[in-house]
Design a protein around this ligand. Structure first.
Ligand code: NDP
Length: 258
């Protein structure tokens, strides 16, 4: 299955930490000598440079890595993104729409407008704009096109919880968008895939609590959450199936999570 990544270019959003970072490493480790190209994007370029150096070292430069600063909540940055890539990096085969976040915990009357806008412009508009930017590359390939769009949703999009309405709504929107797109692209070789994690220990909770590490740690105390590698393995699994196999939806729960 690893051979199916031969010569491919994979673009990952939100690759500076957590699931996105693990996904980049997992792709590289799955095919370290197959002319794989990884475009890793996020806002924190120092973390992207570190990740790129690690992958180049681990694979003896077998995997090529291009770190690019990209804020998916900025439509204008996305618009210029593909044309700004060096020519040899534009032939993208796999898009992993992973960038996402949650801000605060608030019941509906207390929702902060700024937090709400950040969550929607990142998780929803950002994911849709990225898809629109990359899809034409896929559609130019023969027989209706070829490529993989892998969206990271969340169990929260299916199981809304009190105080999480904005985040849950954003992930429900990701799910609806993904399903519509899959149906629009049926009978092409473009696969649309959604992976919905339950609780994963990453920087996610640090971001949710505006950098308060103690509050973030408390979220994971006394339970055994998933690791970012657990999710990365499923992303790469989906991308390395035979072309006719669409791993349309995957729900990943840690054992303790109802
Ligand atoms: P992290 O906080 O570790 O990673 C989030 C990534 O998204 C970072 O690389 C961050 O990079 C990036 N990001 C945030 N905002 C933007 C932006 N505007 N533009 C570009 N990149 C951005 O959390 P996770 O790895 O856990 O989160 C990854 C995905 O998984 C998210 O979509 C999240 O909703 C989803 N998820 C997480 C779960 C969990 O329990 N952790 C559960 C279910 C789903 P930077 O700050 O450098 O831009």
């Amino acid at each position: 299955a690893a051979k199916r990544l031969e010569g491919k270019t994979v673009l990952i959003t939100g690759a500076s930490s957590g699931i996105g970072r693990s996904t980049a490493l997992e792709f590289a480790r799955t095919n370290p000598n197959g002319n794989l190209r990884l475009i890793v994007t996020a806002r924190r370029t120092d973390s992207l440079e570190e990740l790129a150096a690690q992958i180049r070292k681990e694979t003896n430069d077998g995997v090529k890595v291009l770190p690019v600063k990209l804020d998916v909540s900025k439509a204008d940055e996305i618009r210029g993104f593909v044309s700004g890539l060096p020519e040899e990096w534009r032939d993208i085969h796999v898009l992993v729409n992973n960038a996402g976040l949650v801000k605060g915990v608030a019941k509906a009357p207390e929702i902060d407008e700024e937090d709400m806008n950040i969550v929607f412009t990142t998780n929803v508009t950002g994911l849709i704009n990225m898809t629109q930017a990359i899809l034409p590359i896929f559609q130019k390939r023969p027989n209706g096109g070829q490529g993989d769009i892998i969206n990271i949703g969340s169990i929260a999009g299916r199981e809304p919880y009190p105080g999480g309405s904005i985040y849950c709504a954003s992930k429900a929107a990701v799910r609806s968008f993904t399903e519509s797109l899959r149906k629009e692209l049926i009978a092409t070789r473009i696969r649309v895939i959604e992976i919905d994690p339950g609780q994963v220990e990453t920087e996610f909770s640090v971001v949710r609590f505006y950098g308060d590490k103690a509050k973030a740690d408390a979220v994971y105390a006394g339970c055994d959450p998933l690791t970012p590698d657990d999710i990365a393995e499923v992303v790469v699994f989906a991308a390395t199936r035979r072309e006719n196999v669409v791993v349309a939806e995957s729900l990943l729960y840690p054992n303790h999570q109802a």
